[in-house]
Design a protein around this ligand. Structure first.
Ligand SMILES: *[C@@H]1O[C@H](CO)[C@@H](O)[C@H](O)[C@H]1NC(C)=O
Ligand SMILES: *[C@@H]1O[C@H](CO)[C@@H](O)[C@H](O)[C@H]1NC(C)=O
Ligand SMILES: *[C@@H]1O[C@H](CO)[C@@H](O)[C@H](O)[C@H]1NC(C)=O
Length: 301
């Protein structure tokens, strides 16, 4: 009995002693840190929860692993100009501040497969070699979601809610389809915009061609509208010229039925009608005029 109790006490003490380095109150887990190399990153290995900001220095390069960190109470950000190629944090599930990774020319892969919640918003922009982005477990973003770059695919299969504005722009091959589906499910609460093949996807020549095409199309439409309006006006003038100046005609002037008739009508100058004496009955005017031209079939009413 005594022996067992002693063994239990020993085990308890042993576990306490070994727990000390993992204590979240350790000062190394509460001061902000700047990571320039893997050995800097390894210092976070003691911290399940890190209380400060994590900044990736501009002098970082290659692959950085952030192992064993579950939670960052501050932000995870990068400084412009590093040669970081890949960021891997397999255990990180919560960032209370921002996740901001931008302006890194060498970055090709971000692997944050456990990340579920980011409370300060996510910005991944201006990384010219980052083509694939997958946040496998990401559920909640309390803030803006801004992802722009030459993406071929962006995958957010678990996304449930984004509070702030969502703005996504990828390369020409990227499909917005799966992201649009999330929109129909009401995931984006603060507005949503997705486009592909934006500024990075088209050459200036192609853009010029599209602009020229648009101008030509607009001119064509304007010409068509002008032509239709003009034709209409001509018809109206023509009808008025025959029906109105001397009151209602006693017989019906045939409506313009086909192109040939209408052009013949148009050759008749309207002045001729006016110059005729107003004493003459209008019916005679018209009749004589039309008989002169020997042109129009006249239907009695
Ligand atoms: C983390 O950075 C933000 C600004 O980016 C600052 O307001 C905050 O105080 C920082 N937190 C710590 C623990 O240094
Ligand atoms: C990044 O790479 C470039 C070219 O390879 C090099 O000139 C530069 O010094 C590197 N920067 C860092 C911080 O390693
Ligand atoms: C990114 O890294 C993960 C894990 O290392 C790997 O499975 C994936 O294939 C990589 N993706 C690309 C595009 O390199």
């Amino acid at each position: 009995m005594h022996f067992l109790a002693a063994l239990w006490a020993l085990a308890l003490i042993w576990s306490r002693v070994c727990a000390v380095p993992h204590d979240d109150d350790d000062s190394s887990c509460s001061n902000s840190i700047t990571i320039s190399s893997q050995s800097d990153a390894d210092r976070l290995g003691n911290c399940d929860t890190f209380n400060g900001n994590v900044t990736i220095s501009s002098s970082a390069s290659g692959v950085i692993h952030l192992n064993d960190v579950n939670e960052i109470r501050g932000s995870l950000t990068s400084t412009q100009g590093s040669n970081l190629t890949q960021l891997i944090a397999p255990d990180l599930d919560t960032i209370h501040g921002l996740l901001k990774l931008e302006q890194m020319d060498s970055l090709v892969n971000i692997t944050l497969d456990s990340l579920q919640q980011v409370s300060g918003g996510i910005t991944v922009t201006g990384n010219p070699n980052l083509q694939y982005l997958t946040f496998q477990d990401l559920k909640d973003v309390y803030g803006a979601l801004e992802l722009t770059g030459p993406f071929v695919s962006i995958s957010l299969p678990s996304l449930d809610e984004v509070d702030g504005p969502t703005n996504i722009r990828g390369g020409g091959k990227m499909s917005c389809g799966p992201l649009d589906t999330l929109q129909s499910q009401g995931v984006y609460r603060g507005g949503y915009h997705c486009s592909s093949g934006g500024s990075s996807g088209l050459s200036p020549g192609a853009k010029g061609g599209i602009a020229a095409g648009a101008v030509v199309a607009v001119l064509l439409i304007m010409f068509l509208i002008w032509w239709v309006l003009r034709r209409r006006q001509q018809r109206l003038k023509h009808q008025q010229g025959h029906d109105h100046p001397n009151g209602p005609a006693p017989f019906a002037v045939p409506r313009v039925a086909d192109q040939e008739k209408s052009t013949r009508y148009q050759t008749v100058p309207t002045e001729e009608h006016r110059s005729l004496s107003p004493e003459e009955p209008p019916s005679l005017n018209k009749l004589s005029h039309c008989m002169n031209c020997s042109c129009l079939p006249i239907k009695p009413v």
